[in-house]
Design a protein around this ligand. Structure first.
Ligand SMILES: C[S@@+](CC[C@H](N)C(=O)[O-])C[C@H]1O[C@@H](n2cnc3c(N)ncnc32)[C@H](O)[C@@H]1O
Length: 353
């Protein structure tokens, strides 16, 4: 069981990450204003009250993260898990990448992708520089910087937000409590570089884990980082979340983290429909994605700024999209939702047969 010293270490680490993220963003914004003024997006002002709300929500997230580790839902070591040396060595590349990002933003160029990419192999909505990211999701360079960039964007709260899928997932899996742990199959849809799979392995040391993503480059990065995990290696599969290459009812649980806001509405629905198909009756789907206007109206300026600062073509549509209705349309029942800092978490069940 984690002790108070570990808690203090965790809090200190999170404060350090927040300070690092805020400082990085402050310095890079100033640099952008000085060196590439034409690429500076216009942002909504964030009031002191709103800043306080954000700080409070962030502290609540950290407290919940700590409590669930203390309850034994996952090991406390997960709270400190990150490829620190790797990130430190890559950090200069994040800076070196910034001028190209500013340039794309200034020229409104959102289709600046590597020439070798077979455009026929991907849906059109995917072939963009999400977040103005160099190469979109379609190169090893992009995959090698992604986690560090997300860490900076969320001031070190990305994994604490991802871990919020674990409690509803474990609750949902109680429906299969009579099964040997090694026979439980869990799929992480749009796994990217596999950060959610790492959290899942912490909570489910024996389960069969599978990660699916459209980007082979991101899967290669996931493969590098998942190799060191204890237990059976998660399997990584390239595919489209709208029509996944698995048989009906293959999995007892599915997770999907930070994908829905990057999809047009129709694709969003297709993904939820296919998740339903893949679940064994009685199985559980847990989604985590950005907060929305209906649950967090007070954070609207933050949502607006996210959309303005980063290329997120479907975000405006997403934040007004009733995901509960989409889940019900896909066939799900027992739909619940909760909010943790910048993340909304939905859990839904496929009725037992
Ligand atoms: C914002 S990232 C989130 C990645 C990961 N879940 C995380 O928590 O970091 C979105 C991911 O969705 C993947 N993606 C986007 N559209 C997809 C689709 N239709 N099918 C499968 N993966 C998709 C991208 O390649 C990318 O890895």
């Amino acid at each position: 069981m984690p002790d108070q010293l570990t808690k203090l270490a965790y809090q200190t680490l999170q404060q350090g990450k927040a300070l690092f993220g805020l400082t990085h963003k402050e310095v890079s914004t100033r640099l952008m204003r000085a060196l590439a003024p034409g690429s500076t997006p216009s942002m909504q002002p964030v009031s002191e009250d709103l800043m306080q709300d954000l700080r409070r929500a962030m502290e609540q997230l950290q407290e919940r993260d700590w409590q669930e580790a203390e309850q034994g839902l996952y090991p406390a070591s997960l709270l400190f898990d990150a490829p620190w040396l790797d990130w430190a060595s890559r950090y200069p590349l994040v800076w070196l990448d910034l001028p190209a990002t500013w340039n794309r933003r200034q020229q409104r160029n959102v289709r600046d992708l590597p020439r070798h990419v077979d455009q026929e192999a991907y849906p059109d909505y995917y072939l963009q520089n999400f977040h103005h990211q160099t190469d979109g999701y379609l190169s090893d360079h992009s995959a090698s910087l992604y986690d560090l960039q997300v860490e900076i964007l969320f001031n070190g709260t990305a994994d604490p937000m991802r871990r919020r899928v674990l409690a509803p997932l474990l609750r949902g899996l109680q429906a299969f409590a009579d099964r040997p742990a090694g026979q439980i199959r869990v799929l992480d849809v749009a796994t990217g570089t596999g950060r959610t799979l790492r959290q899942l392995r912490g909570a489910l040391p024996k389960a069969q884990l599978v990660g699916l993503d459209l980007s082979t480059a991101y899967l290669r990065q996931a493969n590098r980082w998942l190799g060191e995990l204890p237990g059976e290696l998660p399997q990584l599969v390239q595919g489209n979340g709208e029509a996944m290459p698995f048989a009906d009812g293959t999995f007892q649980a599915l997770t999907c983290v930070f994908l829905l806001h990057e999809l047009p509405g129709e694709a969003r629905q297709n993904v939820l429909n296919d998740c339903f198909r893949l679940l064994e009756p009685g199985g559980v789907l847990v989604l985590a994605d950005s907060i929305q206007l209906a649950d967090s109206p007070q954070f609207q300026p933050v949502m607006d700024n996210f959309r303005r600062g980063f290329h997120e073509p479907y975000y405006r549509d997403y934040i007004g999209d009733p995901i509960e209705e989409r889940l019900a349309r896909a066939g799900f029942e027992a739909i619940t939702a909760e909010t943790h800092f910048m993340t909304r978490v939905w859990s839904a069940r496929r009725r037992a047969g």
